[in-house]
Design a protein. Structure first.
Length: 321
C-alpha cells in the first residue's frame, strides 16, 4: 500500500466519510481494505482533520463528530450537515464566475490543475441548471481572453523577458517595449499585465488587447514574477479606509471570525474596533454580525451615512421576496 500525498488523502477522505457515517460503526480494518487507506493515515485524518470540520461558530453542534475505538469508527454529522446548505444567488454567481475564469486559462495552468478541469466543467454545467428559472437572469461576462494572454502567462511561468509592440492609447502610436511580466489581472472586462518595463526602468501596467506582437528574448530577468500567495503583495491593509466601532465587551467573541480587526479596551463595558474596509459587502456583513449594540464612531467619507440602515433594508427585502 503506497503512501498518499496530501491531495490524494483529501480526495480519499471525502469518499470515506459518507460511507462510514452510513454504516453505523464499521470496523477500522474494513474501512482500510475497502478504500485502500493506510490505517495510520486514516486515524490521523479522522482525528486531526475531520474533528475540526464544521461551520461558524464551531460549537459542538456545528462540527462533525468522530469516535474511534480499537476496532471500530463512527462518524456523526452535525445538524448543519443533515442536508445540503442552500446557495444564495450571490454565492452561486461567485462560484460560476471563479470556475469559468479558471477554465479560461486552460493550456497555461500547471499539469495537475489541468487534469481537474474536466470535473470542474461538469460541475459548472450542473450549477447552471439551478439559476435557469430566474425571473431576472444575470449574465456573467468575464474578461474575454485576448490574442496574447496565454503567451504572457507562459512568460510569467517561465520567467522570461519579452518584447512587445504596444499601442499607446494617449498618443495613438505603436511603441516597442522590453518588459518582464509580473502578473496578469482583469478589471472592467479587460485583461492587464503588470510588468517591469526595461525601456523606462519602471513598473508599468499594460492592456493586453493593445499588445500587437510579442517576441520572447534571450535575456536575463532583473525582477521576479509576483507571488500571489504572498499576503504582503496581495492584501495591503494600509490602502483601505478604516472605520471605528465600539461594541459591548461581552460581544468580543463576535469578531473572532474577522481577521485584521484591531481592538482596544476603553472601559469595563466597551471595546473599540479599528476595521480596515476592503469592500462595502464585507463591512455590511460585519455590522450585521455585531448587531444593534454596535456604535459607529468614525466612518470613511466614501461610505454613505445611512449605509447601515440601507443594508438592513436590503436584507429584509431578500427575506420577504
Amino acid at each position: 500500500m503506497r503512501k498518499m500525498n496530501s491531495s490524494e488523502r483529501i480526495k480519499r477522505l471525502l469518499s470515506v466519510l459518507p460511507w462510514i457515517e452510513s454504516q453505523n460503526g464499521p470496523f477500522v480494518e474494513e474501512v482500510v481494505a475497502r478504500f485502500d487507506y493506510p490505517q495510520k493515515e486514516l486515524i490521523e485524518d479522522l482525528e486531526n482533520v475531520v474533528f475540526f470540520v464544521g461551520i461558524y461558530p464551531f460549537t459542538p453542534d456545528c462540527l462533525i463528530e468522530v469516535s474511534i475505538t480499537e476496532e471500530r469508527v463512527w462518524v456523526r454529522y452535525a445538524d448543519w450537515f443533515r442536508q445540503p446548505m442552500k446557495l444564495s444567488k450571490r454565492e452561486l454567481t461567485s462560484l460560476r464566475a471563479a470556475g469559468e475564469a479558471l477554465i479560461a486559462f486552460s493550456g497555461s495552468l500547471p499539469e495537475e490543475i489541468e487534469d481537474e478541469l474536466g470535473p470542474l466543467e461538469r460541475a459548472l454545467t450542473k450549477l447552471s441548471i439551478f439559476d435557469g428559472g430566474s425571473e431576472n437572469p444575470l449574465e456573467i461576462k468575464l474578461a474575454t481572453p485576448t490574442k496574447h494572454l496565454l503567451e504572457i502567462q507562459k512568460s510569467i511561468k517561465n520567467e522570461t523577458v519579452i518584447q512587445i509592440e504596444y499601442l499607446v492609447g494617449s498618443r495613438n502610436e505603436i511603441s516597442t517595449r522590453k518588459i518582464e511580466p509580473k502578473k496578469i489581472f482583469a478589471d472592467g472586462g479587460k485583461w492587464y499585465v503588470q510588468a517591469y518595463c526595461k525601456s523606462s526602468l519602471a513598473s508599468k501596467t499594460f492592456r493586453v488587447d493593445r499588445i500587437k506582437e510579442i517576441k520572447v528574448l534571450n535575456e536575463v530577468r532583473e525582477t521576479k514574477p509576483v507571488d500571489d500567495s504572498d499576503d504582503k503583495d496581495f492584501f495591503n491593509l494600509e490602502q483601505f479606509p478604516v472605520a471605528v466601532i465600539e461594541i459591548p465587551i461581552k460581544d468580543k467573541q463576535l469578531i473572532e471570525g474577522f481577521p485584521n480587526i484591531n481592538f482596544e479596551k476603553i472601559s469595563d463595558e466597551k471595546i473599540r474596533l479599528s476595521c480596515p474596509i476592503a469592500s462595502e459587502v464585507w463591512f455590511r456583513h460585519l455590522l450585521m454580525v455585531l448587531g444593534a449594540e454596535a456604535e459607529l464612531i468614525e466612518i470613511p467619507a466614501e461610505i454613505e451615512s445611512d449605509f447601515r440602515s440601507k443594508g438592513a433594508r436590503e436584507i429584509l427585502k431578500i427575506y420577504n421576496s
